[in-house]
Design a protein around this ligand. Structure first.
Ligand code: ASP
Length: 328
């Protein structure tokens, strides 16, 4: 057996009063304590892979021109992958139809499943609302002492475009316009922060990836421990950083989160049926968060008067355009 991860498990022998570890060493702790043991589980070490990729990307970006070949290689792999996915997506309506039909036919109690799905939707909506209307504005206010809702008003066009397209990347030009023209942010800040933000700053996707696995666990009748919830939250944040700024990317990343605690993917098709709405909402939250981040950075940054030689080089602009054209 290939061993990839460690998981704390209740061994179902709670009255034994023994805390065990993998070495077989055991000691008496408390007669009534729940016995826990550390076991190895099959599957990929998702948190490890995500952490490696993030550190790799950050280190690569620090190499500047010396890392350009590797950066270009991965940029092209990224574009090719997206083009292939786009081809497959033409078949997705048919695939989803059969997926959902199969799921419905194998579900014994549709009422209960419907209720769980409704509770999931309400939880997801509440999570996104609390995050975008309370947490993010609260942080923005603490950091800048300015009205965060004024930013939302100025960025309303970008938020609506995000809702309409379900893609942070497709919304990027509108976000830039709102930030530069209506929020009056220096283009040197907006053009640096927004493309990075659209790619890695995905609060809505993180909220989604943290809540959806709980639905899957409940649907499959699995109880999650506190440790599982922590791992889900961690993987949700990491996978949202790696998530693409295109429609439906969150669902693909959800599979990673499910794998991180060995949850089955049974029931995911129910999430797919409501994802047309969830995706739009979480994309709007992603874009809202980018606008607030730009506001915070601009608040703390004092830039010298614009020097034309500091503006983006033609090559960088070309690469940026290539990415935007090919990914959207
Ligand atoms: N569609 C989202 C975005 O572009 C990503 C996701 O699916 O969560 O920001």
């Amino acid at each position: 057996m290939v061993v990839h991860g460690i998981k704390l498990q209740d061994d179902g022998n709670s009255s034994s009063g023994y805390l065990q570890d993998t070495g077989g060493d055991s000691r008496k702790v408390n007669q009534y304590a729940t016995a826990k043991k550390t076991v190895m589980v099959d599957g990929a070490n998702i948190i490890g892979i995500l952490t490696y990729c993030i550190v790799f990307g950050v280190t690569l970006s620090q190499l500047g021109r010396r890392g350009a070949v590797v950066t270009q290689f991965f940029t092209v792999v990224n574009i090719v992958t997206f083009k292939m996915i786009r081809l497959v997506m033409w078949l997705s309506p048919l695939g989803i139809l059969f997926l959902v039909m199969g799921q419905i036919m194998s579900t014994t109690d549709m009422t209960e499943t419907g209720q769980t799905l409704a509770i999931y939707l309400a939880t997801e909506l509440a999570g996104l609302a609390i995050h975008s209307l309370v947490v993010l504005p609260g942080l923005y206010f603490i950091l800048t002492r300015k009205n965060p809702y004024a930013i939302y008003l100025k960025a309303i066009q970008a938020l609506l475009t995000a809702f309409a397209t379900a893609s942070s990347a497709a919304t990027l030009p509108v976000t830039m316009q709102c930030v530069e023209k209506r929020m009056k942010i220096d283009t040197r800040i907006s053009r640096f922060i927004l493309p990075v933000g659209a790619t890695v700053n995905m609060d809505g996707t993180a909220v989604y990836s943290a809540i959806a696995p709980v639905f899957i666990a409940q649907y499959n009748g699995i109880n999650l421990s506190f440790g599982d919830v922590i791992i889900i939250s961690l993987t949700a944040v990491l996978s949202s950083i790696g998530s693409a700024a295109v429609p439906g990317a969150g669902v693909a990343m959800l599979l990673l989160v499910l794998k991180s605690i060995a949850l089955p993917d049974r029931g995911i098709s129910f999430l797919v049926t409501v994802d047309w709405l969830m995706d739009r909402l979480r994309t709007a939250v992603n874009v809202a968060s980018d606008c607030l981040v730009v506001g915070v950075v601009s608040h703390y940054t004092e830039l010298p008067p614009c020097n034309p030689s500091e503006t983006q080089s033609e090559q960088q602009q070309e690469e940026q355009e290539m990415l935007e054209n090919d990914l959207v």
